[in-house]
Design a protein around this ligand. Structure first.
Ligand SMILES: [Zn+2]
Length: 266
């Protein structure tokens, strides 16, 4: 049984080129497992290779919405998805953070890319690792992701499933995902801003996951440094503190949740 499960990280990224084995060894020492997330064809292939080489690593395969112009070769990703260590399709979704207003071509491109991956996930009976990043001060990308998922949920019900990664939405948005059975995962920012406390308290404990999104968004006390999966401990501690719940119980429940959502059997 893992002690901690970092539900979303990128050990496949170049930031670990010099010391990836050390980072993985630290995880092994501390009983930290992770899902290595692919964001394009190359990093998806690397995520699968890493997962195949390490018992405590799993992989997702997919194309990030900001890579919408690269398209999606369903045949290639179908082969990836059939690997036993692949536990989800993604990260996929909609990212409006840097989208210029009126860039309809990009919006349509992102939407098509997202739907191709929803279809692959349904076909392969895998959950989705959803990425949604709204433009500043809005919930726009969340609203569109909810609309898209709802249209598939209406036909496929619980066959459509997954986790919404790096959740920074409000409680209304959270409720919409929870209604479709999607879990929500939280990251480093909950350790240094009180902006997300309300939503962290709102989500039922059995629908909540912890993740680092390493190498990005390191939690306190590592803020500004390269993040790594062992720092997931800080996120788990923050969740317990914000919710005023027992840290040991939160730790154990979050591990169980991750195993359940991604159908990982020990
Ligand atoms: Zn990510």
């Amino acid at each position: 049984m893992p002690r901690y499960f970092d539900a979303h990280s990128h050990l496949n990224f170049k930031q670990y080129g010099a010391d990836r084995d050390d980072v993985i060894a630290r995880m092994q020492d501390e009983g930290v497992w992770t899902i290595t997330v692919g964001t394009d064809t190359v990093t998806s292939r690397e995520a699968v290779a890493l997962a195949e080489g390490h018992e405590h690593l799993f992989a997702t395969v997919g194309v990030h919405p900001t890579d919408w112009e690269s398209g999606f070769d369903a045949d290639v990703f179908r082969i990836f998805a059939k690997n036993k260590k692949v536990v989800a399709v993604g990260e996929c979704g909609l990212d409006y953070y840097r989208l210029k207003t009126g860039d309809q071509r990009q919006k349509t491109g992102q939407e098509e890319l997202f739907e191709s991956q929803i279809q692959l996930a349904l076909e392969q009976d895998l959950p989705l690792m959803v990425h949604a990043r709204p433009s500043a001060g809005t919930m726009d990308a969340y609203n569109d992701v909810v609309d898209t998922l709802t249209s598939y949920f209406n036909t496929h019900t619980s066959k459509l499933r997954g986790n919404v990664h790096f959740f920074v939405g409000d409680t209304d948005i959270a409720a919409k995902f929870l209604d479709m059975g999607f879990t929500l995962s939280f990251d480093g920012p909950i350790t240094f801003t009180r902006e997300y406390d309300e939503v962290v308290r709102y989500v039922p404990l059995d629908m909540l996951l912890a993740e680092t999104d390493a190498p990005f968004a390191a939690p306190e006390p590592y803020r500004g440094k390269r993040n790594e999966p062992v720092y997931v401990k800080e996120i788990v501690r923050a969740i317990a503190n914000i919710r005023k719940e027992d840290e040991e119980e939160v730790r154990r429940t979050l591990v169980e949740n991750t195993l359940r959502v991604f159908h990982i059997t020990l």
